[in-house]
Design a protein around this ligand. Structure first.
Ligand SMILES: Nc1ncnc2c1ncn2[C@@H]1O[C@H](COP(=O)(O)OS(=O)(=O)O)[C@@H](OP(=O)(O)O)[C@H]1O
Ligand SMILES: [Mg+2]
Ligand SMILES: [Mg+2]
Ligand SMILES: [Mg+2]
Length: 321
């Protein structure tokens, strides 16, 4: 088995961060606004602090490329927010100080290199605020290839009716598993088979502005998916495809933001989980996602995630659309 220590460290960190996020969510957090107008909450910061501390302590040589940074929190006007974040972090690390919290968050300001971690402390912040789906997503990348992905989806039940909370783990060459965030055995997961008509659904973002829902639906129809899309926030969509509950996840560039480029932390963990479950992940032109060059995937457009079998058909339908 490879990456055993890495896996242990980040599974433990992801479970702790997921608990912190659920604690915050029970108190219904107000959102703060980032410079790009997107929302961020005390849970995004708290989750990044807990995970970056764990990775930085265990692997001090490794760079971490995280979504958030602590610059805004050092503004004296943000003192009350920083204190709140610190209180939540103390439920996991009782001795934590505000100064340490900002320092741990800023461990996520690393650069993409030959070996690095990428972290989305809360993917789907809008979903988190809506009490819908979100994910804590961590991946280890070596020489441009994702080697390990750990994704906690605190609001996603394994089977309908179960207590929500699913943890996905994948190591390159060793398959993908899921388990309950509340404990229990890990089960191997596989993508949906071509003849499993009941699960030939497709998933897309809840937020219409994060994709092109008109074109996504047209392409799904063109490849024979007749059911309406299932709209889910965050990389939980990758988990759903990897578990065989949907055959396709499409994310096509939004006509409203044609210059948007995808971030590595929005895809790295989810992508390895799907690939190790037997699926395929490319951009809309069939190019592999580029995790080698920087935090933005500047050479890629959109994302297509499938069970593999239908992938070429989807890419062909996209060319024709
Ligand atoms: N214009 C545009 N196009 C594509 N993607 C965008 C865009 N704007 C934001 N984002 C990123 O979307 C991340 C949320 O993922 P989803 O779209 O899958 O979830 S959601 O339905 O919007 O909640 C979200 O991740 P978080 O910021 O971690 O929540 C953003 O990185
Ligand atoms: Mg964000
Ligand atoms: Mg994200
Ligand atoms: Mg995020």
């Amino acid at each position: 088995m490879s990456y055993e220590r890495e896996k242990q460290v980040v599974i433990e960190a992801a479970i702790a961060a997921a608990k912190l996020c659920q604690d915050v969510r029970r108190d219904i957090p107000p959102a703060m606004e980032k410079s790009d107008k997107s929302p961020v909450t005390v849970a995004d910061y708290g989750s990044q602090a807990v995970i970056c501390k764990a990775i930085g302590d265990a692997f001090p040589e490794d760079a971490i490329v995280g979504e958030e940074d602590a610059t805004a929190l050092r503004d004296p006007e943000m003192a009350a927010q920083l204190e709140k974040i610190t209180q939540y972090v103390r439920t996991i690390l009782p001795e934590a100080t505000s100064e340490q919290v900002t320092e741990w968050i800023d461990r996520g300001n690393g650069q993409v290199g030959s070996r690095y971690w990428t972290l989305d402390p809360i993917d789907g912040t809008k979903g988190f605020l809506r009490q819908d789906q979100y994910a804590v997503a961590i991946a280890l990348v070596e020489n441009g290839e994702v080697k390990l992905g750990v994704m906690a989806c605190p609001a996603l039940a394994i089977e309908e009716g179960d207590e929500p909370g699913t943890l996905f783990v994948a190591v390159r060459g060793e398959g993908a598993t899921r388990r309950s965030l509340h404990g229990g055995e890990a089960q191997t997961i596989r993508v949906v088979k071509a003849d499993d008509v009941e699960n030939l659904r497709f998933v897309e973002s809840v937020e219409a502005s994060h994709g092109d829902q008109g074109r996504q639906n047209a392409v799904a129809q063109a490849v024979g998916i007749t059911a309406e899309s299932v709209r889910v926030d965050s990389q939980a969509k990758y988990g759903i495809v990897a578990s065989g509950k949907a055959a396709l996840y499409m994310r096509l560039p939004s006509p409203k933001s044609p210059n948007y480029r995808e971030n590595i932390w929005d895809h790295a963990a989810g992508a390895i989980v799907v690939e190790e479950a037997g699926g395929r992940v490319t951009d809309m032109h069939g190019k592999p996602l580029n995790f080698a060059d920087g935090s933005k995937m500047t050479e890629n457009r959109g994302v297509v995630v499938s069970n593999g079998v239908i992938h070429e058909t989807v890419l062909a339908a996209l060319r024709d659309s």
